[in-house]
Every structure is written in C-alpha cells, then in structure tokens.
Design a protein around this ligand. Structure first.
Ligand code: DX5
Ligand code: ZN
Length: 221
C-alpha cells in the first residue's frame, strides 16, 4: 500500500485512543468510514514517557487490514528498528529528527524497501533542522502536542510551523499534523497547509467513530 498522493486531505485515525483489546474491530470500523490510512503510535518509554506497541502487533494488524499503515516511531535509535517495522508491514515510517544520527540512511532504506519515509518535528524543534533532508521525504509530521500521550491540548504555536514546512517542501510532499486535532482545530491546520490529519481522541474518544471522522472531514471546509 502506498501513501495517498499529495493533493487530497486525509483524516488519519490514531489507534492510540482505541480499545487495544479489540484493535481488529476498531480498525475495521474506520475502514468502513472510508479512511485510507491508519496512524500507529510506537513508543519506547525512553524517547517518550510511555510505552505502546511494537512490530509484533503491527504484523498481526497487517493480516486484518488493507489500510495504509503510517507508523510513527517515537523511539530512540530509530535506525536499529526500521527493518523490523518494514517486515511487520508498515507502509510509511516516520521517525524523529531529534534522535536520527543519519536520517538519509534511514530514508534510503525505506525507499529501497518500497516504503515511504517521513520525518517528525517535536513542538520545540525548529523547521531548520530538517531543511537539508525534507525534500527526500514523502511526508513531514509536525507535532502539535508533546509526543507521548493522546488527548492533550493542541499547541497553536507549534502548529504555525506547518506554514514554514509547506513552504519548504512545496505541494508534492504531504504535511501531517498530530496532537489535539479535532473539528475545532482542523480548519486552523488546513489553512496553514496541512493535508494529513492525525486524530486519536477526537475519533476513538467518541462512541460513533464514523460520525467523528465525518465531523473532521466537514471541518476541512
Ligand atoms: C501523541 C501521538 C498521537 C496521538 C494523538 O504522542 O503521536 O498520534 O495519538 O492523539 P490525540 O489526537 O488524542 O491528540
Ligand atoms: Zn502519532
């Protein structure tokens, strides 16, 4: 599966706020809502103060879903684990610039395996830090909360970096936002140039996941 080509706005549900005891059902519901991708938050308890899932869970999910798997690695030493996520069936892998010693090497490895590559910026990380390598990526992820937990409050100042990132990469690269995205914050990030909207709590915190996805779509304008 491939990342949808740039030019469309995609709602990208994060299963971090889903029922982890029923992940297959949760993924099936969002598939029914017509989303193209699902955002998988991988946390190591080191780069971020929380631990979630690893390659074995991604591999099991791969068997039950045809969605594009967008793996967001919030882990130290991403280079050590990239291959494991490729093998597990991730279609797109995003890693953090703050912990990448050789981002080009990781991007190359992903591309050689037929996967797309993404770089992520924490709220306090300047856009300048990805300037040299951004054009090699298929998607840039701008964190709009401090990574680690779902359900946090949207950070308007961090979101403004989307404008700079969009200027840097042009229209051909996806710009993703992650953290506090809901029908209220969606118009803000879309106006800045974001086209890939990760939402966890705003979808899986609602009883009717499909209606919640539609509400975010409507807010895109
Ligand atoms: C946070 C994760 C997010 C998280 C977003 O560290 O990277 O993907 O699921 O959750 P919400 O949408 O609830 O802010
Ligand atoms: Zn995420």
């Amino acid at each position: 599966m491939r990342l949808p080509k740039a030019g469309t706005i995609e709602v990208n549900p994060s299963i971090l706020s889903a029922d982890f005891a029923n992940l297959a059902d949760e993924v099936a519901v969002i598939e029914k809502a017509g989303v193209k991708m699902v955002h998988l938050d991988i946390m190591d308890g080191h780069f971020v103060p929380n631990i979630t899932i690893g390659p074995p869970v991604v591999a099991k999910l791969r068997r039950v879903s045809k969605l594009v798997f967008d793996a967001h690695l919030m882990i130290s030493e991403p280079a050590r684990y990239i291959e494991h996520f490729i093998e597990a069936g991730a279609d797109h892998v995003t890693f953090h610039i703050e912990v990448a010693d050789d981002p080009v090497e990781i991007i190359d490895k992903l591309h050689k395996s037929g996967r797309s590559a993404g770089l992520c910026l924490n709220p306090e990380t300047p856009v300048k830090s990805i300037e040299a390598v951004a054009s090699l990526c298929d998607m840039i992820l701008v964190m709009t909360v401090h990574p680690g937990f779902g359900g946090q409050e949207f950070m308007p100042e961090a979101a403004k970096k989307v404008i700079e990132v969009r200027e840097l990469v042009g229209p051909g690269v996806r710009v993703e936002v992650d953290g506090g995205i809901d029908p209220q914050t969606t118009p803000i990030v879309v106006s800045y140039g974001a086209d890939t909207l990760v939402a966890g709590n705003a979808i899986f915190g609602e009883l009717d996941r499909i209606a919640a996805i539609e509400a975010i779509r409507r807010a895109c304008g």
